[in-house]
Design a protein around this ligand. Sequence first.
Ligand code: DOR
Ligand code: ZN
Length: 342
Amino acid sequence: MDKLTLTQPDDWHLHVRNGSVLKTVIAHTANQFARAIIMPNLKPPITKVNEALNYRSEILQALPVGTSFNPLMTLYLTAKTTVNEVKKVANSEYVHAFKLYPAGATTNSDAGVNELKSIYPILEAMQQVDVPLLIHGEVSDNACDIFDREKVFIESSLANIVKTFPKLRIVVEHVTTKEAVDFVLSASDKVAATITPQHLMFNRNAILAGGIRPHHYCLPIIKREHHRLALIKAAISGNPKFFLGTDSAPHLTSAKENSCGCAGCYSAYAALELYAEVFEKENALDKLEGFASFFGADFYQLPRNKKTVTLQRQAWTVPASYPIDNETITPLKANENLSWKL
Ligand code: DOR
Ligand code: ZN
């Protein structure tokens, strides 16, 4: 097969930042995807509907002229989130969900939630008006081994949230473990998960392959091979609980190649190509369209896209970097070859 035509996909988990980074990365995403769920972890975080609307306008203004792309906004849950804000989200055409970061779990999560039970009244309100909850599923306890933080979060927090709010739609974002896959499989159809390209492509050896590889460092951190295999199985299963969310998270090269490098992989430049590589290796290209173009839209109760995109089999080399002002962003798989091109 040398050509693959799919319904245009959407990215159900994306960081686009603001300012000059936004300008570069949004063009990459809009070139591939019709819509994307935009993460609210800016500095300061997007916690109110009016802030999300301003951020949305900034994103639309940053698009290359003539591009059509629909940013689906989210709000950052904090201890100060009110039931009134939940109602505003329910009535908003542009804001689609709340994102829960346990405080300290990842980049710009300081404003996140310390005591999850304290926001249960907000989750109750979200359940009532059917606004989805998107979860960064890791405990932020530094005493917990970094490779166990997702599993421990599921046992210590997520299981209780799901049990207490059985009608709340929940996306367990960027699942990285077999435990997370099994948890999502065992839950009702209200619980789904996104899977990133890096967690499908790599196991944890990729972070320490002949030296420290900062561009493979993201959170939740990439796990052992048997976890990767469980993610692959979920992604290619055709089960609508699992769908595409790149978690493309650009940081300047100088912030990644640093004595304390930031977490995040930049994949938006060729997201669909990266997933296509994975699905092809598994002989499952026929399962890519459901994962990339149907299941997320269905879960978010949005219409499936009408347009199509075509991937061509074509070898090309990923650039070493993309320029941003006087700096650069280094993409995932920089200088390596990919075999599909949109
Ligand atoms: O690796 C990550 N980067 N994980 C996250 O949860 C946040 C993200 C970012 O914003 O850079
Ligand atoms: Zn993310």
